[in-house]
Design a protein around this ligand. Structure first.
Ligand code: FA5
Length: 376
């Protein structure tokens, strides 16, 4: 502030000269108009309307003027500061309005978008496929039977006439949970992860009186490496029928009915001799290729990827229940006979849906399962 004075001409005080006041006002108004956002306006306000702004400094000079000069100088500075204050207020309102409009657009919520971003789950195609197989037999009057996945060695092997020195019992094929020593009966048996669904046959025959007609789906375990055609955990479906007078013809008719239901009219099966300790006679069952119906055999112009132009697809094992198994379960083999078959669902799905690598089925990637549908 200038030194107090009593007689001087206010026009001589530099900060209060009209042109200086007008210039300060014009600069302030131009800066306000040029502020592009609220942050810039805050800086403009500090520079042109703050304590150190030219108009604020000019205002302080007024106090030192003689009384007769205060009114005019006060009016001039007051009007300039009023104009700047008013312009700041209007620009502030204008910029706030612009900001609100922008935020409304940028942060708009589209209430029409689907709210549920977690995709709906669905059962695995292996489960739905094995249930389709079950349904075929339930429709014929079969019951669904289940057994434990952690199974007594006796049920998994001994009762099925698989002798202790059978290769399937070695550590290479079987996950042993508890070693069983020389157990000859169920009570002292070792414990394994079941290697097939056939022990459910034994549990069923011990539980029920013939006639028995059951279908047994379930997970089984083998010490196989995971590769394109093997997995250590896979799904089998087993069928067992025990009644008076059942023959291989009934087995063949049942298999033909199943493949027709699953793969369509015109598909049938054939049996090739094989060996399983728990069936006698035993057979390997093949079905005619449901895609080429055998027409690709010897026809290089029309190859078939599904059966590799062999005309037949291997399904699994089957046979007439070995009388020794019936006897072990307390069923009179003179009165009753039975047939059984078992196959792997993964292998069946591979050729049913042209899946080239079994690993895709067991890794749980939804990109694989989604095309099979969202069946719950
Ligand atoms: C058996 O397991 C017999 N219990 C089947 C049977 C039942 C025969 C009733 C007679 C009467 P096998 O070991 O062949 O048989 O296995 C049956 C099917 O399981 C095979 O045809 C194959 O489709 C499937 N399979 C076997 N090992 C694997 C594996 N590591 N990964 C995926 N599928 C497999």
């Amino acid at each position: 502030m200038s030194a107090p004075n009593k007689s001087f001409d206010p026009v001589e005080v530099e900060a209060l000269k009209p042109e200086v006041i007008d210039r300060a006002k014009d600069e302030a108004l131009a800066a306000i108009a040029g502020a592009g956002d609220l942050e810039a306006l805050r800086e403009v306000k500090a520079a042109h309307a703050g304590d150190r702004a030219p108009l604020a400094l000019a205002n302080r000079e007024i106090g030192a003027l003689p009384p007769h000069a205060k009114a005019e100088a006060g009016k001039r500075v007051g009007q300039a500061r009023g104009a700047v204050g008013q312009a700041l207020k209007l620009r502030q309102e204008e910029l706030e309005r612009e900001r609100d409009e922008r935020v409304l657009v940028e942060e708009a919520v589209d209430v029409t978008l689907p709210h549920d971003r977690v995709p709906a789950g669905a059962r695995h195609p292996l489960t739905t496929f094995s249930e389709r197989v079950e349904d075929i037999f339930v429709a014929m009057g079969y019951e669904v039977a289940e057994g434990p996945e952690v199974e007594a060695e006796w049920f998994n092997f001994d009762a099925l006439n698989i002798a202790p020195d059978h290769p399937a019992r070695t550590m290479q094929d079987t996950f042993f949970v508890r070693a069983g020593g020389d157990a000859k009966d169920e009570g002292e048996s070792g414990v394994v992860l079941r290697t097939h669904t056939s022990p459910v046959q034994i549990r069923t025959l011990l539980d029920r009186e013939p006639p028995v007609y059951v279908i047994c789906p379930g997970r089984v375990f083998r010490t196989d490496e995971l590769d394109a055609t093997h997995t250590p955990v896979f799904t089998q479906v087993e069928l067992l029928a025990v009644d008076e007078g059942l023959t291989m013809a009934d087995l063949k008719g049942t298999l033909d009915h199943m493949v027709r239901e699953l793969f369509g009219e015109g598909v049938h099966t054939r049996l090739r001799p094989n060996y399983f300790p728990f069936t006698e006679p035993s057979a390997e069952m093949d079905m005619v290729c449901y895609r080429c119906h055998g027409e690709s055999v010897g026809n290089p112009d029309n190859p078939c990827r599904t059966c590799s132009s062999e005309g037949w697809i291997e399904l699994g094992g089957c046979g007439m229940v070995n009388p020794r198994v019936l006897t072990a379960c307390g069923v009179d083999p003179e009165k009753y006979s039975g047939f059984a078959f078992g196959f792997g669902i993964e292998r069946m799905m591979m050729f049913r849906h042209n899946v080239e690598d079994m690993r895709d089925m067991v890794e749980g990637d939804v990109r694989f399962t989604r095309p099979f549908g969202m069946e719950i």
